[in-house]
Design a protein around this ligand. Structure first.
Ligand SMILES: Cc1cc2nc3c(=O)[nH]c(=O)nc-3n(C[C@H](O)[C@H](O)[C@H](O)COP(=O)(O)OP(=O)(O)OC[C@H]3O[C@@H](n4cnc5c(N)ncnc54)[C@H](O)[C@@H]3O)c2cc1C
Ligand code: SF4
Length: 493
C-alpha cells in the first residue's frame, strides 16, 4: 500500500462511457478506457486490507462474496499504482484465463465486497482489471504459449462458452490434446451469440479464440455432438469428455395468442441480430419503427432494450414482476454481499436519454396478446400485481382496476431459462437434478458417467461469465487428475 490514505485523497472515478445518445447510432462498445493517471489514482484507493473480502469468492446460496475466481486484487492494484503493468498482468493471469471478458461484462461482486463499500465508494476493480489485460495486448505481452510437453491424452469439450474455453485452456496448458466442439459457426458461446456487441465486441472474443488456436487447441465448429458425432464415437475417440453446453433453453410464456407473428424469444432476437451484424446481412427480426415490449426484468431483457434502440425502434418498454430496487442496501442485504440496489444500467440510461423516461415498468403481469386479422401482433394486456405473505407463503395478487392495453408490434420474451437441452442429456444418459441441470457428484464435476464431466451453466444454471470461468478451471483440475490416474493405472498394469 504505497499511497497511504489514497482512498481519502481520490474519489472513485467511474469507468468512462460514450455519450448515451450517440453510441446508440452504432454497435461499438459503450465503455471507454481510463487514462494512465486515473488508473494510478484509482488503484491508490485500495487499502490493501488485512482481510480483503474482495477476492474471497465465498459462496452464499447461489451468489458469492467477492470474486468467484479469487483474483489477487490488492496485489494487482499495488502493482498498477507502481506502474508495473507487466507484473500486474502476471498476477491476473494466475487466476483469470480471460480478464478481457470479465473486465467488460462482470457485474463485479468484488466491488460490492470491497471494504471501502461499507461506507463509501468501492475501488474500481473491474476497470483496473480490463486496463491491465488491454495493456498486455497493446504491448505484445500476451503471446501464444503452446505447452512444451504433451501427455498423449485426448479431451473433448462440448461447447465453446467461457466454461468450455477456460477448461480447454487449463487442460491444454497441462499438456493434454484438447478439441472443442461447437455447433455454432463461431466459438464463444454466449460471449459470441448472447452478450451483445455494445457490451463485448466480437473481435475481442475472436482475439482470444485465435490465441487458443495458436496454442494448439483444436476447434471443430458447426459440429453438434449428438447429431453430427454420436456419444459412442466421442467417448471412443477421447480419454475424457467435458460437457459445457450451457443452459439456453428459454422459459416460455404460455398465454393466449402466444403464437402471434411478432412474439419472439429474447435469445432468438439477440443471437440473430449478432449473426446479422457479423455477416453484414439484414436483421431477420428488426425493431425498426416498432413499439417494442420486453417481458422480463433481467439482464437479457436489458440487452434487448439496447439492441432495439440501435435498430431504431419507435418506443421500448421492459416489464418486470418485481418492485423497483431500493436506493440503498436493506437490512437483509448487508455488506459484503452483492448490493441489490437500484442502478441505471447502460441500456436504461440510453432509453432514458432518448425518451426522457426509464423504460422499466415494475410489478406488471402480461395476461394476453391481441392480433390483427392476419395474425400479426397488435397489442398486449397487462395487470399490476403485488406480492403478499399469506399463511407464511408469498403469493402474487393481481390488483383489480389496473388492467391496461399496450400497443406493440414486437414482443421479446426474456423470462429466464429452464436449463440445458433434454435430448442431449438423454443421449449421454446423464442424470439431471430436480432443476433440470446436469447432475454431478457432490463437490465434484464428474457426472454419473465415468470420464464424462460437466461444468458451467449446464451444471450450475444460468449464471455469470466469471462463474463459468471458475467452473471451467475447476473441472479441468478434476479432469487432469482423472487422466493422470488413468495413465498411472495403465503404466502399473
Ligand atoms: C443475453 C445474455 C446476456 C448476458 N450478459 C452477461 C453479462 O453481462 N455478464 C455476465 O457475467 N454474464 C452474462 N450472461 C451470462 C453468461 O453469458 C453465461 O453465464 C455464460 O456464458 C455461461 O457459459 P457456459 O460456457 O456455461 O455456456 P454458454 O456460454 O451458454 O455456451 C454453451 C455453448 O455450447 C454450445 N452447445 C450446446 N450444445 C451443444 C452440442 N450438442 N454440441 C456442440 N455445441 C453445443 C452452444 O452452442 C454454446 O456455444 C448473459 C447471458 C445472456 C443470455
Ligand atoms: S472477475 Fe469480476 S468479481 Fe473478479 S475481480 Fe474481475 S470484476 Fe471483480
Amino acid at each position: 500500500m504505497s499511497k497511504v490514505k489514497g482512498f481519502l485523497t481520490y474519489p472513485r472515478k467511474k469507468n468512462p462511457e460514450r455519450n448515451p445518445l450517440t453510441r446508440t447510432k452504432d454497435w461499438g462498445e459503450y465503455t471507454l478506457r481510463h487514462s494512465e493517471k486515473d488508473m494510478k489514482e484509482q488503484s491508490a484507493r485500495c487499502m490493501d486490507c488485512g482481510t480483503p473480502f474482495c477476492h474471497t469468492g465465498a459462496e452464499w446460496g447461489r451468489s458469492a462474496i467477492g470474486c468467484p475466481i479469487n483474483n489477487l486484487i490488492p496485489e494487482f492494484n499495488e502493482l498498477v499504482y507502481q506502474g508495473k503493468w507487466k507484473q500486474a498482468l502476471a498476477r491476473l493471469d494466475e487466476t483469470n484465463n480471460f480478464p478481457e471478458f470479465t473486465g467488460r461484462v462482470c457485474p463485479a461482486p468484488c466491488e460490492g465486497s470491497c471494504t471501502l463499500a461499507i461506507n463509501s465508494d468501492p475501488v474500481t476493480i473491474k476497470s483496473i482489471e480490463n486496463e491491465i489485460i488491454e495493456r498486455g495486448f497493446d504491448n505484445g505481452w500476451v503471446q501464444p504459449e503452446p505447452p512444451t510437453h504433451r501427455t498423449g491424452k485426448k479431451v473433448a469439450i462440448v461447447g465453446s462458452g467461457p466454461a468450455g474455453l477456460a477448461a480447454a485452456d487449463q487442460l491444454n496448458k497441462a499438456g493434454h490434446w484438447v478439441t472443442v466442439f461447437e455447433r455454432d459457426d463461431r466459438a464463444g458461446g454466449l460471449l459470441m451469440y448472447g452478450i451483445p456487441n455494445m457490451k463485448l465486441e466480437k473481435e475481442t472474443v475472436e482475439r482470444r479464440v485465435n490465441l487458443l488456436k495458436e496454442e494448439e487447441i483444436e476447434f471443430k465448429l458447426n459440429t453438434e455432438i449428438g447429431v453430427d458425432i454420436s456419444r459412442e464415437q466421442l467417448t471412443k475417440d477421447y480419454d475424457a469428455v467435458i460437457v459445457c453446453t450451457g443452459a439456453q433453453q428459454p422459459r416460455d410464456l404460455p398465454i393466449e395468442k402466444r403464437e402471434s407473428k411478432g412474439v419472439h424469444f429474447a435469445m432468438d432476437y439477440l443471437t440473430r441480430s449478432t449473426k446479422a451484424l457479423n455477416d453484414g446481412s439484414e436483421f431477420p427480426i428488426s425493431a425498426e419503427g416498432k413499439d417494442v415490449i420486453v417481458i422480463g426484468g433481467g439482464d437479457t431483457g436489458a440487452d434487448c432494450v439496447a439492441t432495439a434502440l440501435r435498430q431504431n425502434c419507435k418506443s421500448v418498454v421492459q416489464f418486470g414482476k418485481h418492485p423497483e430496487q431500493p436506493k440503498d442496501r436493506t437490512d437483509d442485504n448487508p455488506w459484503p454481499h452483492f448490493p441489490l440496489t437500484f442502478s441505471l444500467e447502460y441500456a436504461y440510461e440510453e432509453a432514458y436519454k432518448k425518451y426522457k423516461k426509464d423504460p422499466r415498468e415494475y410489478e406488471i403481469l402480461t395476461k394476453r396478446f391481441e392480433t390483427s386479422d392476419d395474425g400479426s401482433l397488435k397489442s398486449l394486456q397487462t395487470v399490476q400485481v403485488k406480492k403478499e405473505l399469506v399463511d407464511g407463503e408469498i403469493i402474487t395478487k393481481e390488483i383489480p382496476g389496473t388492467e391496461k392495453e399496450w400497443d406493440t408490434q414486437l414482443v421479446l420474451i426474456a423470462i429466464g431459462f429452464t436449463g440445458p437441452e433434454k435430448d442431449f442429456l438423454d443421449q449421454f444418459n446423464l442424470k439431471n437434478t430436480d432443476r433440470g441441470l446436469i447432475w454431478t457428484k457432490k463437490s465434484s464435476y464428474m457426472t454419473n458417467q465415468e470420464g464424462v464431466f460437466a461444468a458451467g451453466d449446464a451444471r450450475r444454471g444460468q449464471s455469470l461469465v466469471v462463474w463459468a470461468i471458475r467452473e471451467g478451471r475447476e473441472v479441468a483440475d478434476e479432469c487432469h487428475s482423472f487422466l493422470m490416474n488413468q495413465h498411472k493405472a495403465a503404466y502399473i498394469s
